[in-house]
Design a protein around this ligand. Structure first.
Ligand code: SF4
Length: 247
């Protein structure tokens, strides 16, 4: 089922929504632009109050920062993000000399069962929507200083928090289209790394549908026996199958 939350809207969805509200198409572009600034509906001040009230009837799908833990050593910030249903996911902002990289989550929990990972202890509670993935970035973007003349504070994204992005495939693809949209936050797919435990059929689809995203495969062991102990997915898709898909 197509996700109906506002934060997951494409620019076409936003224009179609405005049409149903008897508004011109450019209002849809304004809405999309606000959404990609991480704005709440009340902050969309170039839309009339009456229109904003109507927009509030659409489920929003936002993310709020519940907690920050700042490393005294290097300024890395660990975030806890609260979703509208009360679930919590994690993100991390890392400062490099070429820019700021955010690590985001793609699911609440995870079904993959890796032996070393706490995210999987309760299984996958639910998938994140594309808009929730986007708003993890935008919530941090809004509070992070950017260098002079920079278009944005966050330059790079890694999908390496809780969840297996390829186990939430459709929302992941929608997110990748949203986050790289030229009229949105517009982060180049080349600056986005998607980390997977290795699901060959989805890797092949990803290469076709998001060809410029960087693929990272979590191997953790070079031999099937040990890898199967650490990562149960290896019993279904052994290393050779994963590497073959990656090639
Ligand atoms: S795929 Fe990633 S999030 Fe899921 S259990 Fe393995 S390491 Fe944890």
């Amino acid at each position: 089922m197509k996700d109906k939350t506002l934060t997951s809207y494409s620019i076409e969805d936003a224009k179609a929504l405005m049409q149903t509200l008897s508004q011109p198409a450019f209002r849809g572009e304004q809405l999309f632009s606000w959404l990609h600034k991480g704005a709440t509906v009340d902050e969309m001040t170039n839309l009339s109050k009456e229109l904003r009230e109507k927009l509030k009837e659409v489920p929003f799908g936002g993310v709020e920062i519940a907690k920050r833990l700042v490393s005294q050593k290097d300024g890395t910030i660990k975030y806890l993000f609260k979703l509208e249903d009360g679930n919590i996911v994690e993100g991390v902002l890392v400062h490099y000399n070429y820019g700021n990289t955010i690590c985001i989550s793609t699911q609440v929990g995870c079904n993959m069962g890796c032996a070393f990972c706490a995210s999987t202890l309760e299984g996958c509670v639910r998938n994140l929507t594309a808009g929730e993935m986007l708003y993890e970035i935008l919530a941090v973007e809004r509070e992070t200083p950017k260098s002079e003349n920079a278009a944005r504070a966050i330059t790079n994204v890694v999908m390496m928090g809780s969840g297996e992005p390829l186990d939430n495939y459709e929302n992941t693809i929608t997110f990748l289209k949203l986050v790289s949209h030229p009229k949105g936050i517009n982060i180049s797919p080349r600056n986005i790394s998607l980390s997977t435990c290795g699901i060959p059929s989805k890797i092949i689809r990803l290469i076709e549908e998001a060809p410029h995203v960087t693929l990272s495969i979590s191997l953790h062991a070079p031999f099937d026996g040990l890898r199967s102990e650490l990562m149960p997915i290896n019993r279904v898709y052994p290393i050779a199958d994963v590497l073959s898909a990656a090639k």
